[in-house]
Design a protein around this ligand. Sequence first.
Ligand code: XMP
Length: 519
Amino acid sequence: MSASDSFDTVLVVDFGAQYAQLIARRVREAHVHSEIVPRSMPLAEMLARRPKGIIFSGGPASVHVVDAPVIDEAVYQAGVPILGICYGAQLVAQQLGGAVQRTGSGEYGRTTLTRGEGRSVLFEELPVEQVVWMSHGDAIVSAPDGFVVTASTPGAPVAALENTERAIYGVQFHPEVVHTERGQELLKRFLFDVCACRPTWTNTSIIEQAVDAVRAQVGSERVICGLSGGVDSAVAAALVHKAIGDQLTCVLVDTGMLRLHEAEQVEETFRRQFQVDLLHVKAGDRFLGALDDVIEPEQKRKIIGETFIRVFEEAARDLAEGGVDARFLVQGTLYPDIVESGGDDNATIKSHHNVGGLPEDMNFELVEPLSQLFKDEVRAVGEELGLPEEIVWRQPFPGPGLAVRIIGTITPERLEILRNADAIVIEEIRRAGLYREIWQSFAVLPAVRTVGVMGDSRTYEYPIIIRAVTSEDAMTADWARLPADVLERMASRIINEVPGVNRVAYDITSKPPGTIEWE
Ligand code: XMP
C-alpha cells in the first residue's frame, strides 16, 4: 500500500484568495489531506488526483468583471462534492444559473447569520443564529434551480445554499477564519458527512507523503540542502534525509551575517543529531564583498539570494560524482515566504532570499517539502521527526541574516556592534523565560547616530533598536509587551557592554503596518 492509499484528498482551488492556505490548513486540522491547486489547472488533472471533495476559495474579483476567474463547468458533473466559499459560492451560483449582484454596501467583518427554516446538511446541529466573518461586495440574490437557501445575513439574502442531490454547497462567509465561531464544525460536516473523508491525515502522514514525493522527484541523484540553523531548513533536511539517506549533503553557509557563535552551534547540534554529511562553507568575505556599499533592501536580498546559489553550485560541483553535479537543492521554504515574495498572485512585500531573491540562471531544481505549511505545522513535524527542542523551538531567523537588520551599509564594524547587542537581547529574553512565547526578538542597527553623554563627555554613536514580536505565523504580528525591567536590563547592558552604542529604543510597531524585520 502506498502512503496515498491511507488518506483522502480534498482539493482547494485557489481563486486568488488571501485565505486559500488557511482553508487548506483547516482541512488538515480536521485530519484530511488537502492540496491547493491553481484555478488554471485543467479539470482532468484535478480529477486525476482522485479528490473526495473540491473547495473553491474566495478571491478578490467580482464575478461580473470581464476576466473574472472561472472554472470548467464540467466540474459540476464530475460527481465530486463541491463547496464554494465567498467568491467560490458566487461562482457556483452564477455558473449554475442563479444571480449575483453588486448590492451597494457589502459586508465586511463580523455579521450575524440566521439559518433558514428547512433542513441543511452543513448547518445540521448548528444554532439558528451564529457569528460569521464576511468580506464581500457582491451578493448572491437568487439561488440556481434545485438549490435551497439555507442561511442569510442582513447584507446577503443567500448567505448559504445547497443542493444535496448534486452535493454542491456554497457559503458567502468565511468558515476558515477563527472569527467564524462554528466555521470548523461546518467544514467538518462538508468533509465527513458530504465527502465521506476519513480523518487519517496526521503529522506522520505529512512526513510519509513528503518522503514519497522527495523520492519520486530526485530518484537516485545527489541532493544538497542549505542549512541555516533555523527550524525550517532543519526540518526540510531531516525529511529529505529520511527519504534518501546519504544521497544528501547538507551545506551550512556562514554568510558572515549570522548571530554570535551561531555557525558553530548549528554545526555542533547537527553533527550530534544526524549522521548526515555536512559541509561548513565559510563565505563571510564573499557575502560582505558582494554587499559592499549596497543600501537598498531589495538589492541586498537579491545579492544574498544569488550568492547563496553560487555557493551551493560550487558545493554541488565539488560533490560531483562521475562528472555529474548535484542537481537538486532542498530549501525549507514555507508558505508565508511565498506569499510575501509575491507568489500566488500576491503583491511583493519583500523578496525572501529563497524565493523572489533567487537568480534566473540557476542550475538547480528545487526540492521544497514544506512549501504548503505554516511554521507551527513545521514545528509539529520537526517534533515528530525527533529533532531536539533547541532546533524546533528556535526563534525564526531570516536567511539574509543580520544584513536586513543593519540599515544602510554593512561593514565588519557595524556587524560586530549588532552581533553583540543582539546576543544581549536574546540572553535577557531567555533569562526572563520568554524565549518560547516571543515569536522573534532581536536588535536592529539603524543608519543614524545620536548624541549622548557618558562620563562627562559628549558621545556621538549609534542607537540600537530592540524588536520583539508575538505572532502565530509571521503573516501578522504584534509588538511584545516586554516587562519594563527586562527592557531596562537590555538597554543598560547594551550601552555598557557594546562599544559604539549610546542609546536604545524599543520598536512598538505591529505588522501590518510594519513588517517584523526592518528591511
Ligand atoms: P517580515 O519582515 O516580512 O518577516 O515581517 C516575516 C518572517 O519572515 C522572516 N524573513 C525571512 N526569512 N528569508 C527568510 O528565510 C528572507 O529573506 C526573509 N525575510 C524575512 C522574518 O524573520 C519573519 O520571521
